[in-house]
Ligand binder design. Structure first.
Ligand code: SF4
Ligand code: SF4
Length: 148
């Protein structure tokens, strides 16, 4: 009893390690696997070439892609094709990272987004527009600058 209570009393006066989310930003380890980010190349084109390899590698079958041809007047990616639709269903994703491993163009990585607790399960299907990096330059800037 005395030993047990001594641990309690010692711990009572220690500084709390609790993160004050959402008042303060959460600290992530660099390799944390959160909501995916679809990247752009240095010219601002989408890196995804609609090859479906990520969807084939996904054990949860939660990636849905529709590919379309690039044309001279409408070039979206540097390859022959691009993903006109790219959805990930986060009600099924297990954040295994297999899609990231499978991608030949480094188009998809995990970001640090983690707020995935909605009341409507349908809103867990994220579309390309929600995951796409806004512009290539912003991504290459240090985080503190890019956040401005
Ligand atoms: S992290 Fe895993 S489960 Fe989620 S989309 Fe990628 S391959 Fe599928
Ligand atoms: S994210 Fe990568 S693996 Fe998936 S379709 Fe695009 S280029 Fe292919």
């Amino acid at each position: 009893m005395a030993n047990g209570f001594s641990v309690t009393f010692r711990t009572m006066f220690r500084k709390s390690a609790t993160e004050s989310y959402p008042e303060q930003p959460v600290n992530f380890q660099p390799r944390y696997r959160g909501i995916h980010v679809l990247h752009r190349d240095e010219n601002g084109l989408e890196k995804c070439v609609g090859c479906f390899l990520c969807a084939a590698a996904c054990p949860a079958n939660c990636i849905y892609i529709e590919a379309a041809e690039n044309t001279d007047s409408n070039r979206i990616s540097a390859g022959e094709r691009y993903a006109s639709v790219y959805n990930i269903d986060y009600s099924r994703c297990i954040f295994c990272g297999y899609c990231v491993e499978a991608c030949p163009t480094d188009a998809i990585t995990h970001g640090h987004g983690f707020e995935l607790a909605p009341y409507d399960i349908n809103s867990l299907v994220y579309r390309k527009e929600q995951m796409l990096e806004k512009d290539a330059l912003k991504h290459s800037l240090p985080k503190a600058v890019a956040a401005r």
